[in-house]
Design a protein around this ligand. Sequence first.
Ligand SMILES: *Cc1c(COP(=O)(O)O)cnc(C)c1O
Length: 230
Amino acid sequence: MSLQDRIQHVEERIQAACDRSGHNRNDVNIVAVTKYVSVEMTQTVLDQGILHIGENRPQNAIPKWEALQGRGAWHFIGHLQSRKVKDVVGKFKYIHSLDRISLAEEVDKRAAASGVEVLAFVQVNVSGESTKQGLEPSEVEAFLQEMERYTHIKVIGLMTMAPIEEDPELTRPVFRRLRELRDELNAKMVTREPLTELSMGMSGDFEIAIEEGATWVRLGTILVGKGEED
Ligand SMILES: *Cc1c(COP(=O)(O)O)cnc(C)c1O
């Protein structure tokens, strides 16, 4: 399948998931996860009008960003080591993996120095798997309160990863819990402005995530491929 065909196929499935669940297609944003593919393929993705690019490793992402001169809007979606923050801030507008105060401290410092504001998602380990990064749901409220003092980071929502399931339906409770958590935090007015965004859903489970209210889906394999073809 060509990239154009893949995009169309994904687009149809996103629209169908929105229709099934009463969501507006305009509320769902696609991050094309290009971590498996080349600079050339990433450029083709941008040429097709997909502007949000997701990468999870600075050592692969930075050369790609430089080759493409930062075209598009870049999302850092992987575990971020504090010592890599200086390479990421100023290039990546979004960080989906904010999961500790020491990281916030460093991001804020670098953002202040570069005169930028970083848009962030707090990563939550809803499923409780020990292999997953993220805060426990019960820790998020206190974390957000502490975040208020970092003026160069704007927390816009929550992010989670569901366990890999053969039956995507099994991921539904994880996505639903993240949405409920966001709504609870908003009801308590924990942040100055309500958290509007939910980053959830990947190639295997994005339709379920959209049904449960995802506003950002992070799509690698299904959208741009794994890098063996095209
Ligand atoms: C790799 C990755 C994705 C995309 O995975 P696919 O299953 O290929 O769509 C999404 N989110 C994160 C955090 C990733 O690391």
